[in-house]
Design a protein around this ligand. Structure first.
Ligand code: ADP
Ligand code: MG
Length: 199
């Protein structure tokens, strides 16, 4: 079973990898965006890690709700409200259970990804974070390592896509041939989840 400590480790591991990969995320956001995705998420997840350390919440749902609040209030770009919505909706779906199973987390994350699609209006194939998140939550039923691999594959698969949502969509066909920064950071989020699970 996955307890609050597991969810804190997930968020802490995400903060570490976003920090390590910030330059790469910003470099990916340079040709098809405004070169701020790495710094946006670095600011956001640094605030998440600090808030969780200061006052560690006692349930999985509360950990994700606190993380969501930090992302929404500290990240200016599109990705802040989108990741905030992902974690808030997932946290709400987990309710106030002290421990949750992987299947419950998979169902909750599915609700979170649905909320991201509703908020941002992106469908699979639009070259956004959805292209990594959706295959990952679908694979989570098989295990954490499968979800990580699916997110990584999903991020790589955005390269030949033409962007239909977000800043990259302004470029039309010129968005083709570049990996989406948000799909790439979503793969980091799923890799951190697998890491927290020890996989
Ligand atoms: P901004 O585009 O405001 O500068 P970021 O650079 O932090 O914000 O994030 C860009 C990423 O956000 C994109 O690579 C994409 O994955 C994601 N994104 C942007 N718009 C949407 C949307 N409508 N739906 C889903 N994801 C989106
Ligand atoms: Mg940007």
């Amino acid at each position: 079973m996955l307890d609050a400590d597991f969810f804190r480790r997930w968020m802490a591991a995400t903060a570490v990898s976003v920090d390590r990969e910030a330059d790469r995320l910003t470099a990916l956001d340079s040709p098809i965006g405004d070169a701020d995705h790495g710094s946006n998420l670095q600011r956001g997840f640094t605030a998440v890690a600090a808030a969780l350390e200061k006052e560690p919440p006692g349930t999985p749902g509360a950990v994700l709700l606190l993380a969501a609040r930090q992302l929404i209030s500290t990240v200016g770009g599109a990705s802040g409200p989108l990741y905030g919505t992902l974690l808030r909706r997932t946290g709400k779906a987990l309710g106030d259970a002290a421990e949750v199973g992987r299947e419950e987390l998979a169902a909750a994350l599915r609700a979170g990804v649905d909320a991201v699609m509703t908020l941002g209006g992106a469908a699979p194939g639009d070259k956004t974070m959805v292209d990594a998140l959706l295959p990952a939550v679908e694979a989570l039923g098989e295990g954490f390592a499968a979800a990580r691999a699916a997110a990584e594959q999903g991020a790589l698969a955005t390269t030949p896509m033409q962007a239909r949502k977000g800043r990259a969509s302004y470029l039309g066909e010129r968005s083709i041939g570049h990996q989406d920064p948000g799909a790439t950071s979503s793969a980091l989020l799923l890799a951190a989840l697998a890491e927290a699970a020890g996989e």
